[in-house]
Write a protein that binds this ligand. Structure first.
Ligand SMILES: Nc1ncnc2c1ncn2[C@@H]1O[C@H](COP(=O)(O)OP(=O)(O)OP(=O)(O)O)[C@@H](O)[C@H]1O
Length: 808
């Protein structure tokens, strides 16, 4: 068939002036000759469909049979072709009887009008289809047999479909096979060729590199507000009104949650998942196609066959399933050839959950060879993705080139790594440090590591503590230690060359990030103990303590950080009291069991009862707010206890008091309000009386001790200790009195006074707000409450806008 005929059909049937690429043209030309089987391996969006649709149109009186994996995909193709007035039909379980009869009648006629017949591979196995196919072959009415998404034929493929394997049985003389895929690596290609019995094959393959797509990976746990971050990213990607994007989520719940967040942040988003009714799904997809919604938050059920040119971003909210799926899903971006972005917001919790399930699948598949291979492949491919996100030290596009057996592309600046290696390495390092901080050691995660995800699970953490002296826990210890070391080795390797890293180095490096006390002396104090193990035990303790507190405490005064502080104290107690690993472990295990028992008995665990929460350090803004919140919670408790009933006037009076008075005053006013004290004066004189009484008591005490000393001729050590204690208490009380307010109280007060201005956006940035609060607090260290208030009010009056340059 000559070129001009082909070009004319391109224009008349498909309305295109030219081919999308030379490869597309070459593939079409080759297929039109009907001399060879053809395998087209081209990236998503490169126009593979035209490679068989155009030759099909050019075969009058014959029909091209197309095997395609999904009804939705088939529907899209048929709609598209019918819109071009090309007769395409499908035969499936949903085809009505009359349509089916009409279609079969056409196909059995001498000159069928149906140019393309779309079938799922499952349908191909039915008797109806077989007899129809035999009839078509017999009368030489089949132009081509096309296998779309041919990677489904391979167990190595991410979408293996057993029915695809049977398609090779349809081979008949003189009927060329055309296989198309976007995601065939070397192994998959081999499988396609053997399973479909492709012979005398012509291969049309382009590089998988899509230079218009920019890839990057971010870690959710390093982002302060991940949804706001996502929103900003989306807004940055959408320039034109037709622009849109996809956020792929792992679960239906996630699609709903992300949609909700994005909508509340002002974007037009819709959730799409298989749990929706068909009509809802269709409506959702159509809205997105039309451009009525900018973002579709979908599970991976969305997208096969989705052909929208103006997708400007594809986000994976969590880790994609495997490199091939990632390539295909992210490849839905930038099909118009213009720049688009593909981003993973990685979340280790998510990837652990997936690994858990994949390991579980593998465990279940142990007897069935085919299932086992599939499960092994799935696990191996997923681990590649985890590695890609957590430790990538290479170009992001290399993931794909490796997968497709190609040399790495010249990316230059089409991914975060090639654009700024140092920044990516730093981010990865920070991610790992954070994970060490929160106890997740190890990179090569195994199934048992996820037990903590499921609160012990069937096997899980219960074993971890129940059999402390058993080999199981010992093995885990060793494993944790090895993994921790591996991690550090890797971190060192990222910086310079790999080197031997001792446990001491590990501790030194991570001491400042750990929560436990005296981290740097871990291994020297308790033989065999590692920092990572202590952190793990601590996390477990926090978990059970928190559970105990939330279930058993009547009033929830402590927040999670308080509970963690309490656990840190308890762990430190155990750490200081033991010198070897077995003893340390047994003590921790005993405590954890005791906490659990308390929870079962509905009793708050003793360490929590006696725990006095420390005021949060006000080094960070979060700490400051925590303090305020805690005070408010405690305040609320006082109010609720005292107030059986409040009149509106009383409420108003309390509110006024809150507005006009500081914290110390406020408590007294509340007490007045509820009748504990008759008035300020009474309170004052009561306070004075108390002070007098206290002075008298101390004096008598001193006197008694002095007499005793005289009698015994010297001070006992207990007396000395007591004296010291009394002195230290007195001196700290005096200090507090002298400073009037404690440092934390000053910090709280300053933040409280500055907050309205922050809400009004008078501060240049959050950082400016923090540094201003810090600087003012430092400057006013010896001032009392009213002086502080006066200063801050004056400062705000003088400065409408506060920048880093604003002088105090
Ligand atoms: N010659 C051409 N000129 C202009 N546009 C074309 C041409 N051929 C195909 N296209 C368009 O390119 C887009 C992608 O085509 P197509 O859906 O066939 O890609 P694909 O390679 O099959 O992708 P996927 O693997 O995701 O299914 C479609 O919008 C199609 O109409």
């Amino acid at each position: 068939m000559d070129e001009s005929t082909i070009k004319a059909a391109l224009k008349s049937a498909f309305k295109f002036d030219s081919f999308k690429s030379e490869l597309q043209q070459a593939a079409v030309t080759e297929i039109c000759q009907r001399q060879h089987d053809v395998l087209v391996s081209m990236p998503t969006g490169s126009g593979k469909s035209l490679c068989y649709q155009l030759p099909a149109v050019l075969r009058p009186n014959q029909t091209t049979i197309v095997f395609s994996p999904l009804l939705a995909l088939i529907k899209d193709q048929i709609d598209h072709l019918n819109a071009l007035k090309i007769r395409a039909k499908s035969l499936n379980s949903k085809t009505s009887k009359s349509d089916r009869d009409a279609l079969i009648a056409d196909l059995k006629s001498t000159q069928p009008l149906t140019r393309l017949l779309y079938i799922t591979p499952e349908q191909a196995a039915t008797k109806t289809f077989k007899s129809l196919y035999d009839n078509l072959v017999k009368f030489d009415k089949v132009a081509f047999v096309v296998v779309d998404e041919a990677h489904c034929v391979s167990q190595w493929g991410h979408d293996f479909r057993p029915d695809y394997l049977k398609l090779g049985e349809l081979r008949a003389k003189k009927i060329p096979f055309v296989a198309l895929t976007a995601t065939a690596g070397a192994e998959v290609t081999k499988d396609i060729i053997t399973s479909l019995k492709l012979a005398d094959l012509k291969l049309f393959k382009t590089s998988c590199f899509r230079a218009n797509l920019y890839y990057d990976v971010l870690f959710q746990n390093l982002i302060e507000n991940e949804f706001l971050h996502l929103k900003k990213f989306i807004v940055g990607c959408l320039e034109d009104s037709q622009d849109c994007g996809i956020v792929y989520c792992r679960t239906r719940e996630q699609t709903e949650a992300v949609t909700f967040k994005l909508n509340s942040l002002g974007l037009k988003a819709r959730a799409y998942h298989a749990g929706l009714k068909n009509t809802e799904r269709l409506q959702c997809q159509e809205e997105w196609q039309r451009g009525d919604s900018q973002v579709i938050c979908a599970t991976i059920s969305f997208g096969m066959g989705v052909d929208k040119a103006t997708v400007r971003f594809v986000v994976h909210w969590g880790v994609p399933k495997d490199p091939a799926s990632f390539y295909q899903e992210s490849g839905r971006a930038g099909r118009d050839g213009k720049p688009a972005k593909c981003r993973i917001y990685y979340n280790r919790g998510d990837s652990r959950a997936i690994l858990f399930h994949l390991n579980h699948d593998l465990g279940k598949a142990k007897d069935k060879q085919s299932r086992k291979i599939k499960a092994e492949n799935a696990l191996k491919s997923f681990k590649k993705m985890v590695e890609f996100c957590e430790n990538s030290d290479y170009c992001r596009h290399k993931l794909f080139s490796d997968h497709f057996g190609e040399p790495p592309p010249k990316c230059i600046n089409k991914c975060d790594y090639c654009t700024d290696k140092k920044a990516v390495k730093k981010m990865v390092e920070e991610f790992h440090v954070r994970n060490i901080e929160y106890n997740t050691v190890g990179l090569s995660v195994q199934s048992e590591d996820y037990s903590d995800l499921y609160g012990g699970g069937r096997k899980g953490m219960e074993d971890f503590y129940a059999n402390e002296t058993g080999s199981d826990s010992g093995e885990r210890e060793i494993k944790a230690r090895n993994e921790s070391n591996q991690l550090i080795q890797k971190q060192f390797a990222l910086r310079r060359s790999a080197q031997d890293v001792s446990q001491k180095t590990v501790e030194k490096l991570f001491a400042k990030h750990s929560r436990v006390r005296a981290p740097a002396s871990t291994s020297s104090k308790v033989k065999g103990l590692t920092l990572a193990t202590r952190e793990q035990y601590l996390s477990k303790m926090v978990e059970v303590l928190h559970d105990n507190y939330t279930k058993c405490a009547e009033e929830q005064i402590f927040d999670r950080k308080d509970v963690e502080d309490c656990a840190i104290d308890v762990e430190y107690g155990v750490f200081s009291a033991n010198t070897n690993m077995t003893m340390y472990r047994s003590s921790i295990a005993r405590i954890i069991s005791a906490i659990k028992r308390s929870t079962d008995d509905n009793v708050v665990y003793e360490a929590l009862v006696s725990f006095a929460p420390k005021p949060a350090k006000y080094a960070t803004l979060t700490d400051l707010f925590r303090n305020i919140e805690k005070e408010q919670r405690q305040q609320a408790k006082t109010e609720v206890k005292g107030a059986a009933f409040q009149t509106a006037a009383q409420v108003y009076q309390v509110q006024q008091t809150f507005k006009s008075e500081g914290m110390g005053e406020k408590k007294r006013d509340l007490a007045n309000l509820f009748g504990d004290e008759s008035d300020d004066e009474t309170a004052k004189s009561k306070e004075e009386n108390n002070e007098k009484k206290e002075r008298k008591r101390k004096h008598e005490d001193r006197h008694r001790r002095h007499e005793k000393k005289q009698k015994t001729g010297g001070e006992s050590s207990i007396d000395k200790e007591y004296e010291k204690f009394v002195e230290s208490v007195e001196s700290s009380t005096n200090k507090i009195k002298k400073n009037k307010l404690k440092k934390t109280e000053i910090g709280n007060l300053v933040v409280k006074l500055l907050t309205p201005a922050y809400v009004e956006k008078r501060f240049e940035s959050r950082d400016t707000f923090k540094s201003t609060a810090r600087n003012i607090s430092h400057a006013l260290i010896d001032k009392d409450e009213s002086e502080i208030k006066e200063y801050v009010e004056d400062f705000l009056k003088k400065n409408d806008e506060i920048t880093s340059q604003t002088a105090l």
